[in-house]
Write a protein that binds this ligand. Structure first.
Ligand code: KIV
Ligand code: NA
Length: 276
């Protein structure tokens, strides 16, 4: 199957086929995801927390995003590749937004993602008008975590639910090709998904979205920290990785590794020459 395009993603919504998306931040995982057949790969600014150990996504820079996008791009043959615009790369002006969106595209992305609803209407419209596809992101928007007061479900009261719905419609109007719905009640996600013609990708937004995304390292159980309710751990890799490393340490100490099956021979005649 060939490279996945925006039209393929859109037609999945029409056919009622679910869209699959995961994050990746480096070459080996990008290859694994692509080979496993995921529809879309997001180089999320979650890389700040997952790859760089930051406490939030706020410190992530354009340089850091581009560094990881370039690595991921090399591992992707088929999946649709989306890059996150990090905090303060698109908020100050439309000019900065288009410049940074362009840098992500030059590094190999097929589209960019940015956070916000009605307040980013002009920015989204400008980027799309210049020929760069934009994925919106509403609900829990980690770049405004300080304003939201913490990582919590959004849209649980009438005002905030209506604001999220209006934002979804504004993003569609602005020309976004889809919207990530993060951490909102599933009935609100269902309503949005039915009301708009563009795709919805849920994370903690229930089963009625057109597609689903998770942070790769959450799904793989790389970290042992407490995870939000919406995360499903499909493989618990951290004990497996630790066990492999402990075995290595043990075998070195007990001189079990390397044995001769992992070592190179010197031809006998050369050995004798050397000893002469
Ligand atoms: O940065 C990220 O990984 C994201 C997804 C969780 C949607 O924005
Ligand atoms: Na993000």
């Amino acid at each position: 199957m060939g490279k996945i395009s925006i039209l393929d993603l859109q037609s999945k919504k029409q056919k009622g086929e679910k869209i699959t998306m995961l994050t990746a931040y480096d070459y080996p995982f990008a290859r694994l995801l692509d080979e496993a057949g995921v529809d879309a790969i997001l180089v999320g600014d979650s890389l700040g927390m997952v790859m760089l150990g930051y406490e939030s996504t706020l410190p992530v820079s354009m340089e850091e995003m581009l560094h990881h996008v370039k690595a991921v791009k090399k591992g992707v043959k088929r999946a649709f590749l989306i890059g996150d615009l990090p905090f303060m790369s698109y908020q100050a002006s439309k000019e900065e937004a288009i410049k940074n969106a362009g840098l992500l595209m030059k590094a190999g992305c097929d589209a960019v993602k940015l956070e916000g609803g009605k307040e980013v209407f002009d920015t989204v419209k400008f980027i799309v008008d210049m020929g760069i596809p934009v994925l919106g992101h509403i609900g829990l928007t980690p770049q405004s975590i300080s304003k939201l007061g913490g990582y919590r479900v959004q849209g649980r009261d009438k005002d905030s639910a209506l604001r999220i719905l209006e934002s979804a419609m504004a993003l569609e109007q602005a020309g976004a090709f889809g919207i990530v719905l993060e951490c909102i009640p599933y009935l609100l996600a269902k309503l949005i998904t039915e009301k708009i013609s563009i795709i919805t990708i849920g994370i903690g937004a229930g089963p009625f979205c057109d597609g689903q995304v998770l942070v790769l390292h959450d799904l793989l159980g790389i970290f042992e920290d407490k995870k939000p309710k919406f995360v499903k751990v499909y493989a618990n890799l951290s004990p497996i990785i630790k066990e492999a490393i402990s075995s290595f340490i043990d075998e070195i100490k007990t001189k079990k590794f390397p044995d001769f099956s992992h070592a190179y021979e010197l031809p006998e005649e050369v050995w004798e020459e050397i000893l002469k």
